[in-house]
Design a protein around this ligand. Sequence first.
Ligand code: AMP
Length: 551
Amino acid sequence: MPGGTDQTLQPFAWRAETLYPDTEIVSRTHEGIVRSDYSEYADRTAQLANALDAAGYGDGERIGTVCWNHHRHFETYFGVPGMGAQLHTINPLLPDKHIQYIVENAADRTIFVDQSFLPKVEGAVADDPESFASVDRYVVMGGQVPETELDAVAYESFIEGHSTTYDWPTLDEERPAGLCYTSGTTGKPKGVEYTQQMLWSHTMALQTPQGIPVADDDVVMPVVPMFHVNAWGLPFSTTAGGAKHVYPGPQPEPADLAALIEDEGVTLTAGVPTVWLGLMEYVEDNDVDLSSLDRLVVGGSAAPEAMIRFFDDHDVELIHAWGMTETAPVGTVAHVKADLEDADYETRLDKRTKQGLIVPGLEFRVVDDAGEAVPHDGEAFGELHVRGPWVTTEYFARPEATEAEFVDGYLKTGDVVTVDGDGYIKIVDRAKDVIKSGGEWISSVELENELMAHEAVAEAAVIGVPHERWQERPLALVVPTEDADTGTLEAGLREHILASYPKWWVPDSVVVIDEVPKTATGKFNKQALRAEYGDESLVEGRVPEDAAPER
Ligand code: AMP
């Protein structure tokens, strides 16, 4: 896959195919473990590009995916943007109404979907066919298409018979290559476009020693889903480094992850804290050989200190990182600075629990409510603003959202942080009214509206409370109407939410209160509610095992 002189993804694939044709790409799938290499990858991405061409897609058109992490999804990562189309990864764990909005907003031409997500997509289409009007074909990831109402073709049939060479176009670096929606802000999901140049520069920053570099002797397993900000960019940086890929496939359990680490010799892996809590429990109860594992990247939510200690005890370096969909995503990495290398363990640990140091290539500032920069003293806090070559400067087709979320070329992150004298950024609060559970967002405002639409509810507020396994879970504070039956209230509300939202959105607990406290401007005073009810004991032990989505 040759490139041109612009900053595009193509040279990464070209280098891997040219220098490392035999390096493996291993994938856990519904059909078992599938092994291939960069040479076969080159053939199959060319076949995919030819198939997309033949189907009439290309030139900036959007190709959606609703898939786990596997080799076919990886083929779309270079194959789709390489032929000039735009790869739109869609989060299958979202409520149907979000998926409908997203597909309509992006006007996807086709959707590549895993067999296991087919019922979810079918349901969303049946419920609102109009929002899928732009989609003229579904490509089911695998060799066969199960019974379906949708106009579907199997991926293997889609690419079969097409040439294994493709005349890759020379692309402009400003061409959109990717698209991912974020629900991590108040209001409707917002689209973030990644140009070729953004993905190129993000990859190059990751490859610096102060990023998360991948070398040709690494074996990289992204557990972070490929529908979450390009699996944090690892499929691109792993290819850039010429390393072996390991994709954990559909709904990997801790036992699957442990087996892949052992069998494939994984050296680097990455995911949200919930995933690693599961692995930690599994490692404690079973005889697992983690000796190949060198680095484990944790982000999406704060890495608990006990997790860093646990992996230190197992000789695995836990690297804590922060990022956002808007930042492609990596923005900070908590490496220990050279002058702290000799500091005692607790001092270094303290730095590593922070979100970290800005990666080379980006700039940040932290401003208080008055718009003044706060001192870097580890005490003063304000909102984190970031800017740089791989930070978006606008939202896709949403000028009003762009207006609100960017200032002076900086992205307003909505994260409230301190910065210490060494430059380590630490998140201390969140200015946005959303709850992050197991790495996935829940909108408290949407839940409040849904609760208040119930006949037994006069007013309702939803807050996130800390939770050991899921980091945060929603708690509903409800003022019932006068004639409401409080005995059946919680069960009734649970059913009401489940009618429109996935199980993991349902608040774990409903607390009846007399009144929702308000701010001077009449808004719900979430701070006061969090101070009074934000205690984990209120939801502890009440979360059903399958409440939040597993990844
Ligand atoms: P998303 O766009 O879904 O990737 O979510 C980005 C948001 O997740 C950030 O703005 C933070 O609020 C949160 N986040 C990401 N990484 C971390 C981290 N290491 N610690 C705490 N919060 C994080």
